[in-house]
Design a protein around this ligand. Structure first.
Ligand code: PA5
Ligand code: MN
Length: 171
């Protein structure tokens, strides 16, 4: 059905995402800030149609991990997506579902990140200002959050000497 939706995610919606659980619980005890919102537009659902969303991710950190989105795979696994950076300084964490390989790609104003199919994707704000971006994907892509909720990403992105660095998730 054609339509538009607005999703808002607060810190308590990101339970399980951050590696530093003590820092997460301490932050949550102090408040439950809005981390990000996504305004999604679904003009039509036919084969060949596109859906798109504008994301707004605020700056912040839990321990030394940047505020991030939940992250997902597409329910229809072959669906690719492109992100177009609008404002702010971001990084995307991409995990190939078949190989488990993780990599990070900068998301900058007027820059494009191509997310291939069968690739879990999560966005981090690594700057000090709001990060905004446009994501465009096939109408039938769908969002699978359950796989990431169960396994999480193999790697995390932390600040080291003021820069984002990808490291293995501590066990
Ligand atoms: O469809 C997309 O990939 C984006 O619009 C995301 O929904 C957005 O970045 C928010 O991330 P998530 O859906 O993982 O919460
Ligand atoms: Mn997506």
């Amino acid at each position: 059905m054609p339509g538009a939706t607005m999703v808002k995610r607060h810190l308590n919606d990101l339970r399980g995402c951050f590696a530093d659980t003590a820092a997460y619980e301490a932050a949550l005890a102090a408040g439950n800030p809005l981390l990000y919102s996504v305004g999604a537009v679904e003009p039509a659902d036919g084969e060949g149609d596109l859906h798109y969303g504008v994301g707004l991710l605020m700056p912040g950190k839990i321990g030394n991990e940047y505020w991030m989105t939940k992250g997902h795979l597409h329910s229809w696994r072959p669906a690719a997506e492109f992100y177009f950076g609008l404002t702010g300084e971001g990084v995307m964490l991409l995990e190939d579902e078949a190989t488990g390989e993780n990599r990070i790609v900068p998301l900058r104003p007027n820059g494009v990140v191509y997310v291939p199919g069968r690739t879990a994707h999560r966005t981090m704000n690594v700057g000090n200002t709001p990060l905004t971006y446009l994501g465009v994907y096939p109408a039938k892509a769908g969002h699978d959050y359950s796989t990431i909720a169960r396994k999480n990403f193999r790697c995390i992105v932390v600040e080291r000497d003021g820069k984002p660095v990808m490291i293995e998730r501590p066990s």
